[in-house]
Design a protein around this ligand. Structure first.
Ligand code: SF4
Length: 370
């Protein structure tokens, strides 16, 4: 295999067509670290404003390490996969305290830090330190599967794919090469329609030469994604504040704030579910009122339908049974808390809907919240 031909073709193409992205010119390893965390599972155009805002507010690794966890989540809000924010924060703290603030340049050490797998480590070390380490994200797996006509599904062919990514890599310009490879994956060798006529590797692509470019990579049969209906309450107190609580520190959407609620059990109505969940999570009695909004949302492994009702505090002192913390908040202050994406539609609905139909006893101030 003439590896040099592949390198020259790709880097020449990159010189003309490579994307102008804000993290590309930087030589600051911390900025590279931030970009690599954000680019895990998120598209470039979505990442750009988050990256710029992050570096403006936390310009150094020390700033990130010292930041409050709530501020970290607020900066990440809307980017999804929130575990990455926590891992980035922890990684900066570990680098600060264990490595004197310097990002370790050994792959074996870097991949022991939270949230850093081999691809992220390869991206950081090749870009920030020009070390000859390959990458293998989803786009690269697709390009290599087509380029070398690999008929084993990528998730069962990792060893061979890493081998090709390493063999192709330009040892003199590894950072530039990896960026170029990502650009081919993101703009040319697209999942549904590969634009082979625009590809720097067309003349050496085995997938294209054997007309398999549209059927590669081979996919495993898709698993059905489970669906859950969740009853959610926007609970008001007599002061016109709403109740929010903070999710546990582990699991899906860890540490984010949300309107309380939970899974609707078989045979249960949504209002009954909301009443039960608020009692189980916070030990409060509430009255369930009118429907506010229904929100459909999809995570990678789960689809949810949030059926949201107004609710009204009746009695009880909040206990932290299924959450870390709770707060009664004015509507205008909700923006200070990091919420999962699906909850933003609830906040929007609250901002645009008329005041809820207050029960008589609340309107007269007979019910007081704790
Ligand atoms: S020639 Fe076509 S299939 Fe092959 S790598 Fe390029 S875009 Fe992908």
């Amino acid at each position: 295999m003439d590896w040099q031909w592949f390198r020259t073709q790709l880097l020449t193409w990159y010189g003309e067509y490579g994307r102008d992205l804000p993290w590309r010119p930087t030589a600051d390893p911390y900025a590279v670290l931030v970009s690599e965390f954000m680019l895990q599972q998120t598209q470039v155009m979505t990442v750009i404003p988050y990256y710029q805002r992050w570096l403006k507010q936390l310009p150094t690794l020390a700033d990130c390490a010292q930041a409050q966890r709530q501020d970290i989540f607020k900066l990440w809000e809307g980017l999804g996969y929130y575990r990455r924010a926590e891992y980035l924060h922890q990684t900066c703290q570990m680098i600060m305290y264990n490595y004197g603030g310097n990002i370790p340049q050994e792959l074996a050490i870097l991949i022991t830090l939270p949230g850093i797998g081999r691809t992220t480590a390869g991206g950081i070390l090749s870009h920030a330190f020009n070390l000859p380490l390959p990458i293998l994200d989803g786009n690269v797996q697709r390009v290599l599967s087509r380029l070398f006509a690999l008929t084993t599904p990528p998730n069962r062919n990792q060893k061979q794919l890493w081998h090709y990514s390493q063999a192709l890599l330009d040892p003199d310009q590894p950072g530039r090469f990896n960026q170029a490879l990502m650009d081919v994956g993101a703009g040319v060798c697209l999942p549904k329609v590969p634009h082979c006529g625009r590809c720097p590797w067309q003349n050496g692509c085995m997938g294209e030469q054997t007309q398999q470019q549209h059927t590669l990579p081979v996919r495993e049969p898709a698993k059905e994604i489970p669906h859950r209906t969740i009853g959610v309450g926007v609970i008001w107190n007599a002061q016109g504040q709403v109740l929010i609580d903070q999710r546990p520190s582990t699991g899906l959407l860890a540490n984010l704030w949300e309107f309380p609620g939970g899974k609707v059990e078989p045979g249960e109505s949504v209002p009954d579910c909301i009443r039960r969940e608020i009692q189980e999570e916070l030990a409060l009695d509430i009255r369930v009122g009118a429907h506010l909004i229904t929100v459909n949302h999809r995570y990678t492994h789960l689809r949810v339908t949030l059926v949201v009702h107004h609710g009204f505090y009746q009695s009880g002192i909040p206990e932290l049974r299924g959450c870390q913390a709770y707060a009664w908040v004015e509507l205008r202050d909700l923006s200070e808390y990091p919420f999962p994406q699906a909850n933003h539609k609830i906040i929007q609905a609250l901002a645009t809907s008329p005041s809820p139909p207050w029960p008589l006893e609340m309107a007269e101030g007979r019910v007081q919240s704790e």
